[in-house]
Design a protein around this ligand. Structure first.
Ligand code: ZN
Length: 418
């Protein structure tokens, strides 16, 4: 089955001295993790896994307050814009003070992220996360998870508080952390209370351990359970969805939901490999996210998305579609299609201009410029970025590059002493 509607032509055009593309949507971000990138790459145990990485992440998460979150997120968004991302879905669960008590403004941490988006000029779909339990068995959150937690009423009140931030540049959606963190009855209550057009994001089937726990306690795999218990449609973004049966993969493709694939993070955490080729054959919708921000580059995400498939199949040029033999163009079509579905932002003039004089783009034409952007070299060829009519990057540099980098250095030194 081919579903041509899932993919949007990236509409690249040649300008006088560059190549113009739409900005890329970053479908999955935990901004605070930018400050710990590269700091969990030492073996602590021969069985190091996602779950030991998570312990490091929790220790680090405990140190943040609204000011440090603003400084780290601002640096991250500058890096995103300079790399060609124009919008970000911020999957935000650091809600409360480290002891679990709400701040005087219960939305203080959310507003720090909104401020970072406004200061840098990136479009943001803020996804406050509902996080209630520490496992499928319904156990209470652990000490280090306390600042993540809400009950259903507290969560809906937070979503409501954030409504007054919404405008052309800031949207608010809903994130369910995962099936292990949201009990079934709470999921139903929240979904019933939300406006019909709200975007919904959820981490799902990232780890084999999560699939096994779901089978043991809910007698169904995570994606299988979700589709049996929620009306999953185009409003939904399923983050990771790495471990799928054929039936689950087809259910996602048929529902119109978008899979947010995070290739560099999934590789870094040893999650597994998304079944991209089968999913493309089923007409499935997908996009990319930089998630833990060990890399902030759509080029690297898309390159590794394709290379992972090549390594396991021992073939080349996997991500192609009928009528689209160019891998780069097919990948950019996939991410272009994901933007409106996952972020909720409509058509606009946001774009990047690639530097046509860059060594890797010399002599490029409309047929191969996408391939050469994604598959050649490591120098960033994004020269200009325009978001919401504002020029935010010129000559490869964000307009506030130095000031924001200085704020980041100061905040990160303090975080590392905490
Ligand atoms: Zn995530």
């Amino acid at each position: 089955m081919q579903n041509g509607g899932m993919h949007t032509d990236p509409q690249m055009t040649s300008t006088a001295d560059g190549w113009r593309f739409p900005t890329i949507a970053n479908l999955h971000s935990h901004a605070f993790q930018r400050a710990m990138a590269g700091m969990a790459e030492r073996q602590t145990d021969p069985a190091d896994s996602f779950w030991t990485w998570r312990e490091t992440m929790y220790r680090f998460a405990a140190a943040f307050d609204p000011d440090s979150l603003h400084a780290v997120a601002s640096q991250l968004y500058v890096e995103m814009l300079e790399a060609g991302y124009g919008s970000v879905c911020e999957f935000h669960y650091l809600h409360h003070a480290a002891d679990g008590r709400p701040y005087a403004d219960p939305a203080a941490m959310s507003r720090a992220l909104v401020r970072a988006a406004r200061d840098t000029g990136i479009r943001m779909t803020l996804l406050p996360v509902l996080y209630m339990t520490g496992g499928f068995d319904g156990r209470a959150l652990g000490d280090r998870q306390r600042r993540f937690g809400h009950d259903v009423d507290g969560y809906l009140a937070l979503v409501d508080l954030l409504r007054n931030e919404v405008d052309d540049m800031i949207h608010v959606g809903c994130a369910l952390h995962s099936l292990r963190a949201v009990p079934p009855d709470a999921m139903q209550l929240v979904l019933a209370a939300l406006p019909r057009d709200m975007r919904i994001h959820i981490h799902i089937a990232e780890q084999i351990g999560e699939v096994q726990d779901s089978l043991a306690i809910r007698d169904a795999r995570p994606v299988e359970w979700l589709y049996a218990n929620a009306d999953v449609d185009e409003r939904w973004t399923l983050v990771h969805a790495t471990h799928l049966t054929e039936e689950e993969m087809l259910a996602i493709a048929d529902s119109g939901a978008t899979v947010a694939i995070c290739p560099t993070t999934e590789a870094n955490l040893g999650d597994g490999l998304f079944p991209l080729r089968d999913y493309l054959d089923a007409g499935g919708a997908w996009g990319i996210g930089s998630d833990s921000h060990i890399s902030v580059s759509p080029v690297e995400e898309l390159r590794w998305l394709e290379y992972g498939q090549r390594l396991v199949t021992r073939h080349r040029n996997i991500a192609v579609q009928p009528g689209s033999p160019s891998v780069g163009r097919t990948l950019l079509s996939g991410v272009a299609g994901s933007r409106a579905r996952s972020t909720g932002f409509g058509a606009d003039d946001d774009h990047v201009i690639l530097d046509a004089s860059a060594a890797t783009l010399v002599g490029a034409g409309v047929d191969d410029v996408a391939d050469r952007w994604i598959f050649s070299g490591n120098a960033n060829v994004v020269r200009d970025v325009v978001v919401g009519g504002q020029s935010v990057v010129g000559g490869g540099r964000h307009r506030e590059h130095e000031k924001i980098a200085a704020g980041y250095r100061a905040a990160t030194r303090l975080l590392m002493q905490a």
